[in-house]
Design a protein around this ligand. Structure first.
Ligand code: UDP
Length: 357
């Protein structure tokens, strides 16, 4: 007799950093998964599956159903929905480089906003009306108070097209859900996801110079980059460097499973937003120190001017997710650095030159 199958989740952007780690946890928790990704920011490898998803199969010992489809193509997207009985969508697919979004705003709005509209239209047509949305703490703009609760105003002071696109899509989903009670959605506002799967087989593989702190530090540790530039040491923070709420990618992925369980409860009502963070802020110098301890490598750095648009501090109030989803982040900063280092040292060039699967 065939084992009973769990609900089927269509994951957009499932070959990327957050998507691939979430697919692992979905498969490990008995969900059926269909991945849709246009591979724009993903190492394709030479097979039918991108390397990240091959490794997801290796980790989970399960097959991954994958379609190379762009959300801007409604015809192909609908075909995928028609081929499977989808219960719910997790929507990760988006461009995410803050600096680049300032250079090419229309590309960002087209991919992130228009892509989301097309996805929602196709979902509606195919009568799939449950969604978990990958949002970001960037929707809070400059914090008016800390820690950031879900009630903090959003959209004000979002300084770049990336952040605005996350805010616009949240608003659109909210309007849709309140226009028609057959829809329900959860938006998850991520703080700073870092680290990698503990196997060291999947992780973050930025193309070109990393924009984010932890991938940059990891590349300095492995010798790809000479030294880190610390963007400002004159902020109003304990040591003058920027403070952020770093969250292990595993904890973040588990947060999606807990949100999905909530969304699938018959009593779930329409629209909820949850912060996914640890609730603790660490400075750039704290992260450097922890990474040195985890890797045994000295991280060379210099102090550089502030990065335009950066804020001094950002960290979450994560109580709501604890109370309503029974979710808490469990991994420490040292865990994040250890797992990041395992991934980076085993795959110095990301997926491009890692050991063959
Ligand atoms: N940062 C830095 N050097 C870098 C990248 C980042 O000093 O090369 C700092 C940045 O100013 C911020 C923190 O590290 O205080 C986290 O930056 P990241 O870009 O990772 O996240 P975000 O600013 O989007 O929260």
């Amino acid at each position: 007799m065939e084992a009973q199958r769990g609900p089927t989740v269509l994951v957009t952007g499932g070959a990327g950093f957050v998507g691939s780690h979430t697919v692992v946890e979905l498969l490990n928790n008995g969900y059926e998964v269909v991945v849709v990704d246009n591979l724009v920011n993903v190492y394709k490898g030479d097979g039918t599956l991108p390397v990240s998803l091959k490794r997801v199969e290796e980790i989970t010992h399960k097959k991954v159903l994958f379609y190379n489809v762009d959300l801007l193509n409604p015809v192909l997207l609908e075909e995928v929905f028609r081929m499977h009985k989808i219960d719910c969508v997790m929507h990760f697919a988006a461009l995410k480089a803050v600096g680049e979004s300032v250079q090419i705003p229309l590309t960002y709005y087209k991919n992130n906003v228009t892509g989301s509209i097309i996805l929602l239209e196709v979902m509606k047509k195919c009568n799939v009306k449950k969604l978990v949305y990958s949002s970001s703490a960037t929707v809070y703009g400059t914090p008016q108070s800390l820690p950031l609760t879900e009630e903090h105003p959003t959209g004000q002071g979002c300084t770049n097209p990336y952040g605005k696109s996350k805010y616009f899509v949240e608003e659109m989903i909210k309007d849709l859900v309140f226009s028609d009670e057959s829809w329900s959605a959860i938006s998850l506002r991520y703080f700073n996801p870092v680290g990698a799967h503990e196997s060291g087989r999947i992780g973050e593989a930025p193309s070109g110079i990393p924009n984010n702190l932890m991938p940059y530090i990891a590349q300095v540790a492995v010798g790809t980059r000479e030294k880190l530039k610390i963007f400002g040491n004159d902020y109003d923070t304990p040591d003058g460097t920027g403070v952020r709420d770093y969250i292990h990618i595993y904890d973040l992925a588990v947060g999606h499973i807990d949100a999905l369980k909530k969304l699938l409860e018959p009593s779930f009502s329409r629209w909820k937003v949850y912060n996914l963070g640890t609730g603790t802020g660490y400075s750039v110098l704290d992260v450097i120190k922890a990474f040195e301890e985890a890797s045994g490598k000295k991280i060379a750095y210099e102090i550089a001017p502030r990065r335009p648009g950066d804020i001094a501090s950002s960290y979450a109030d994560a109580q709501l997710a604890k109370k309503e989803l029974n979710w808490v982040a469990r991994k420490t900063l040292l865990d994040m650095c250890r797992d990041m280092w395992r991934w980076q040292s085993n795959n110095p060039d990301g997926y491009a030159t890692g050991p063959k699967v």
